[in-house]
Design a protein around this ligand. Sequence first.
Ligand SMILES: Cc1cc2nc3c(=O)[nH]c(=O)nc-3n(C[C@H](O)[C@H](O)[C@H](O)COP(=O)(O)OP(=O)(O)OC[C@H]3O[C@@H](n4cnc5c(N)ncnc54)[C@H](O)[C@@H]3O)c2cc1C
Length: 259
Amino acid sequence: MRFVGLIKQVYDPAEIKPQNQGPELKLEGVPKILNPFDEFVIEECLQWKEKLGGEVVIITMGDENAQEVLRTALAMGVDQVYHIMDIAFKGCDTLVTAEALSKAIEKIGGADLIIAGKLALGGDTAHVGPQVAAFLDIPVLTYVSKVRELSEGDKKIVVERLLEGGKEVVSSGLPALITVVKDINKPRYPSLMGLRKAAKVPIPVLSKADLALDDSIIAKEAMVKVSPPPPRAGGEILQGSTEEVVNQLLERLFSQKIF
Ligand SMILES: Cc1cc2nc3c(=O)[nH]c(=O)nc-3n(C[C@H](O)[C@H](O)[C@H](O)COP(=O)(O)OP(=O)(O)OC[C@H]3O[C@@H](n4cnc5c(N)ncnc54)[C@H](O)[C@@H]3O)c2cc1C
C-alpha cells in the first residue's frame, strides 16, 4: 500500500514572545517546528506500513528551512520525501497549497491513503486536507482518532471520528484522505542513527513547473490583518472574612446565572 503523509513546518507558538506583540505579529527570528498534529501523521503512516507493507512518502510545501521536517520524517523511518518549493508560491493561500500538494501526489504516482493533520498551528484553517481530497476527487474523513480497518484487497477503510460528546464510525472506499487528531497514536522519537543518516539524504524538490501549474494558480484570499487577542482584564480580589468572601462569590455566581 502507498501511504502519503502531508506535513508542515510552523512557527513554534511557545517562542512567540510578548515583545513580538503589537498591532501585527512579528515572526522574524522565531524558530520553526514540525506542526504538532503532523507527528501523528508520520506515525500513522509508519504503523500501517508495518502492518500491511508498502511505502511511506511524506510531502511538505514550504521554504528551504522546511527540509528540516522532512529530515525528521526520514529519521523516523519513512521511505521517501518530497519538498515543494518555488518563489512563485510566496503569498499562497490554502487553496494554492492544496492544489500544489494534490498535483505532487499525482506526479509521484498517487496514494492508497493520504494522511494530513487536523490543522496546522498558525494558519489554523483545517482547510488543506479536505481541499487536497477535493482536488483529487476522493473521499475525506476528518477528525480521525482511530483507523479500525484498512484493506488493500477490499479497497476499504473504517475509522472512528472524534466528535464533541461522542465518536462516529465511518467507512469509505480507497483511495481516501483522512485528517487525524492527537488521540490516534503515540509518535516514536527519531533515532540518533536515523537523524545522522537523514542529514545526508538528498531531498527532491518539486517546483511550480515540475507540477505543471500555470499562472492561474494565485491566492484568492487576502490576509488583511494579524494581531494577538486583547490582553485579559485583571481579576477581582474579594475582601473580607472567609464567610463574607464566600457569600460575595455566591451572590455574583447567582446574579450572573452561572448557578
Ligand atoms: C493571503 C495569504 C497569503 C499567505 N502567504 C503565505 C506565505 O507567503 N508563506 C507561507 O508560508 N504561508 C502563507 N500563507 C499561509 C498558508 O497559505 C497556509 O499556512 C497554508 O496554506 C496552510 O494552511 P493552514 O496553516 O491553515 O493549514 P491547515 O489546513 O490547518 O493544515 C491541516 C493539515 O494540512 C497539511 N498541510 C497544511 N499545509 C501544508 C503544507 N504547506 N505542506 C504540507 N502539508 C500541509 C498538514 O497535514 C496539516 O496538518 C498565506 C495565507 C493567506 C491566506
